[in-house]
Ligand binder design. Sequence first.
Ligand code: PLP
Length: 358
Amino acid sequence: MTDISVTKVEKLGVIPTDDQLGFGKIFTDHMFVMDYATGKGWHSPRIVPYGDFAFAPATIVFHYGQAIFEGMKAFRAKDNQIAVFRARHYLNRFNRSASHLCIPPIDVEEVRSGLFKLLELDKKWIPGKLGTSLYIRPFIISTDDYIGVKVASTYKLFIILSPVGAYYDNGFNPVSIKVEDKYVRATKGGLGQAKTPANYAMSLNAQAEAHQEGFDQVLWLDAVHRKYVEEVGTMNIFFKIKGEIITPELSGSILGGITRQTVLELAQSWGLKTAERQISIEEVYEAHAKGELEEVFGTGTAAVISPVGELSWKGQKITINNNQTGELSQKLFDYVTGVQYGTVPDEFNWMDHVNSTI
Ligand SMILES: *Cc1c(COP(=O)(O)O)cnc(C)c1O
């Protein structure tokens, strides 16, 4: 592994107080950067002051979108220990996304070392209040100075860090969801399995229309039959029907969430019945009609668990669990966040410790 050089910022930034944190607007003093060139591989890993970069207007990523990203979190746990939730899992997924976009794979251990060195340097920025965290955003862009369509031969990887406030400041708010029947998110053989900006760009119209109609988010159905449930907004989705926990299988158009995996592992360890399978929106509505739909929730790194209180499909509204957070949703949230903040023992070795205190 190559040495990671460090160039420190001249003047340290002002660390925000916990109540100044929102999401994604404040960044720490430094960032991690690494370059790739064909023939040379990934090289020159370095930590530099957080700041602007200059790119030529012809830089290929601006035109054709060959780019990927990740979203993970570091926590200040008990005793001011710093730990990252399932770091290697996220970085392995980064490589899976890379392969879908023809981006050369990273050395997970090298990037993890770079991240940990960056966290050590900027550790004062990790907020302490329960619910807050340091959001970690690794991303790779193609950087050839060329406006022809091709697989690029040069790339840059960045890791930037952003202290974020509590997702739920006043307890859970179950969300209301529009089942989307006009737009589609992804198709098998497309980019749905990759964490890539294009998937977000194409979700904006649906999201904007749902907001206008008074919904918080959209639930995506499969692109071919407009029948099978895929994801909710930018989260994976779970249904609890007659005690069984069901989530759509990773069939090629769904992003394999780390929180999704965590929930499946946890539910199984609690002896709950789980299934990864196709589930149609009709099946969900029928289960509701029979009084068997117990809970619906989304999973993702930002919210961990997001209870769904209401679904609306072709104008037909159903209310789930009286628009209240379900018992399982609450239990999953409490367990996962408990491990993250160090108040629940880390039985599954989810926390990757930076071996440093603040
Ligand atoms: C990131 C993401 C998720 C959630 O994945 P986590 O690893 O749990 O954060 C779900 N769907 C999409 C489209 C995503 O981009």
